[in-house]
Write a protein that binds this ligand. Structure first.
Ligand code: NAD
Length: 250
């Protein structure tokens, strides 16, 4: 039986990848879901979908209106992210930097404010961070900064929302076999080698599946996790268990 006694679930970035897997899992387990994305998420039985930009105030008010129709918010999953700001500290564009910070860091804060009055005691927020919010990758400054910010924002939110009885936690996924990761592998000069390189970042020597992240998100949002708040849970096949992984196999 669903272990989330409360109203609906709002998932941002629901059209593909990890967000779609999260949406599908909640729907499968009988929760009404509002899937939000820049592109219209696939229609799943029992879910509402909305095209909206989480980084725009107008987009967020439309999300709040739809969430009210859903009957309130039992779980908010801040999953949408902008991963297109390529470059290191000396060459990332000011525009890319701003977009990454707006979508990945500011939007989870602002959307939480817009939805908080629809969230009863016992509800939960799950932020989708990244192992790249715990450690940095060369040449990926904006993404690293945005996810690092989201990690500590998660702790701040946990403290500030505790008096309202709202728990806030985050997952920090390793490399997950989503469309975007698989495309990056295919587009590389030596796809087989690139795939092995990605796999070897993890102690389990494979990529994670979107559903494996979704299951942890579901747990964090559920009453099974009722005494967890302010936690950053790596879902990374052991990548961050070792400081040697990025330097090559242990
Ligand atoms: P993705 O890029 O495949 O999908 C992200 C979705 O979010 C897209 O459908 C996109 O349209 C939507 N989106 C982007 N900006 C938006 C906005 N402003 N408003 C509304 N929707 C927006 O991403 P993914 O690989 O599935 O990753 C999902 C989350 O997991 C992200 O937060 C990402 O940073 C994180 N993550 C992914 C991996 C991975 O290996 N794929 C690893 C660690 C963390």
């Amino acid at each position: 039986a669903p272990s989330i006694p409360l109203a609906g679930v709002v998932v941002t970035g629901a059209a593909r990848g990890i967000g779609r897997a999260i949406t599908e899992l909640y729907v499968e387990r009988g929760h009404p879901v509002l899937g939000v994305d820049l592109n219209l998420p696939p229609l799943t039985k029992g879910s509402l979908r909305l095209r909206a930009d989480v980084a725009s105030a107008a987009g967020r008010s439309r999300i709040a209106r739809a969430a009210r129709e859903l009957g309130g918010v039992g779980v908010l999953v801040n999953n949408a992210a902008y991963q297109g700001a390529h470059g290191g500290v000396l060459d990332v564009s000011a525009r890319g930097w701003a977009r990454a910070l707006n979508v990945n860091l500011s939007a989870p804060l602002l959307l939480t404010r817009d939805l908080i009055d629809l969230m009863p005691r016992g509800s939960a927020i799950v932020n989708v961070a990244s192992v790249q919010g715990l450690f940095a990758e060369q040449g990926n400054a904006a993404y690293n900064a945005s996810k690092g910010g989201l990690v500590n924002l998660t702790r701040a939110m946990a403290l500030d929302l505790a008096p309202r009885g709202v728990r806030v936690n985050a997952v920090a996924p390793g490399a997950i076999s989503t469309e975007s990761v698989l495309q990056a592998i295919t587009a590389s000069a030596n796809p087989e080698q690139t795939r092995r390189d990605y796999e070897d970042l993890h102690a389990l020597r494979r990529l994670g599946e979107p559903r494996e992240v979704a299951q942890v998100v579901y747990f964090l949002g559920s009453s099974e996790a009722s005494f967890l708040t302010g936690v950053i849970l790596p879902v990374d096949g052991g990548m961050t268990a070792s400081f040697m992984m990025a330097g090559r196999p242990v």
